[in-house]
Design a protein around this ligand. Structure first.
Ligand code: MRU
Length: 352
């Protein structure tokens, strides 16, 4: 396994002038990597979920744009920037919900447009994409420290989907909070929803927590109410793909239902996300684009059809949890609480 400091998994890396992705479609049974040397294959890897999770696809898209820059030949700076914009648009279209993707691509395009020489732009794109990977890990560690303060010394924590090292450049957002608490000596038991239909909880979250030696128990998605009713659950922590100005939060399908169940049982519901996940152009969650995926992800498991042939299926990849169900949002700049419209606006103004 490729690992960084402190046992962290490295899902996105730059090696020998290529992007190297840990192939998350093969986990947990095979640990293998895919090497990519052009932006179109990068977009395809994002679309087919070889790499997944909002910050991880942002970092991958940034490296993809750097590849596009390196490979582009054009008769002058303007033509070069036009071609780069085509790649930027193609990368942004790969998956619509996680705003980190367009945030990363736009950051690189702004940088490219600020530089006069094409050769300098090409190098700057690579340097900036690599900087974003390092920054993401530092951000997750900061978020972890803030979030760990919310956890009791011994606790049971529920999570949904994968918001761990695999979903970021390393360490994780929601799982980063859990990792940081464990590093501080706290005893955290994790209950991971399996997360139908793609089973990120079972295949990814359970795998990476076990690799880190953090106790984890998997439940099917329809067990969370019974679990909260019968066991003491201290809190739920999830990641996010996009957060509107009022705190409405898009995350993996099923997050909304979990938040409703948590509210009924008076269990605190925390979202852990970097400030790059906030979309200040949206007043509320109604404007968040929700990716619709192939219905066979619902009717089939690992390619095996489980239902009647050709049955219709609905497959939104994400849902939006209304802000009133969220107890607090953990960011790298601190923990913010309702009313979110004010607290989000204030935290976005804070310089690092
Ligand atoms: O469809 P996926 O696997 O990319 O969805 C991932 C999630 O929904 C994560 O919870 C979210 O991106 C937060 S990642 C730190």
């Amino acid at each position: 396994m490729s690992q960084r400091e402190n046992g962290n998994i490295e899902p996105v890396a730059w090696a020998n002038g290529c992007i190297r992705l840990l192939d998350q479609t093969k986990l947990p049974h095979q640990v293998c990597w895919v090497e990519i040397d052009n932006w179109r294959d990068t977009a395809s890897a994002i679309r087919t979920m070889i790499v997944r999770g909002a910050p991880a696809i942002g970092c991958t898209a940034a490296l993809g744009l750097a590849l596009a820059g390196r490979c582009t030949i054009a008769p002058g700076r303007d033509a070069f920037l036009d071609k780069l914009q085509v790649a930027a648009d193609g990368l942004c279209e790969a998956r619509p919900t996680a705003v980190n993707l367009s945030w990363a691509v736009n950051r690189l395009m702004t940088l490219a447009r600020s530089i006069a020489e094409v050769t300098e732009i090409k190098q700057a794109l690579i340097d900036e994409a690599l900087k974003m990977i390092d920054e993401d890990i530092q951000i997750n560690r900061k978020m972890g420290k803030f979030g760990a303060e919310l956890l009791p010394d011994t606790c049971n924590v529920m999570t949904h989907c994968n918001a761990g090292a695999l979903a970021t450049a390393g360490f994780g957002t929601a799982l980063g909070v859990i990792r940081a608490a464990v590093e501080e000596g706290k005893h955290v038991n994790v209950f991971a929803d399996e997360t139908r239909p793609r089973l990120q909880g079972l295949k990814l979250t359970a795998w990476e927590l076990m690799e880190s030696g953090i106790p984890v128990t998997v439940i099917t998605d329809n067990m969370s109410a019974a679990l909260m009713h019968t066991n003491r659950i201290d809190c739920v922590i999830v990641g996010a793909d996009r957060i509107a100005s009022n705190g409405d939060t898009a995350n993996k399908i099923g997050t909304y239902g979990l938040a409703v169940i948590a509210a009924h049982h008076k269990v605190p519901f925390y979202v852990a996300a970097p400030v790059s996940t906030f979309d200040s152009s949206l007043a509320n969650g109604l404007g968040i684009p929700i990716e619709q995926r192939d219905p066979t992800e619902v009717t089939h498991v690992d390619g095996l059809s489980l239902g009647p042939q050709n049955v219709a299926a609905w497959n939104p990849a994400f849902d939006v949890t209304p802000a009133e169900l969220i107890t607090a949002i953990i960011t790298e700049r601190g923990v913010i609480r309702p009313p979110f419209t004010g607290s989000i606006a204030s935290i976005l103004k804070v310089a690092e």
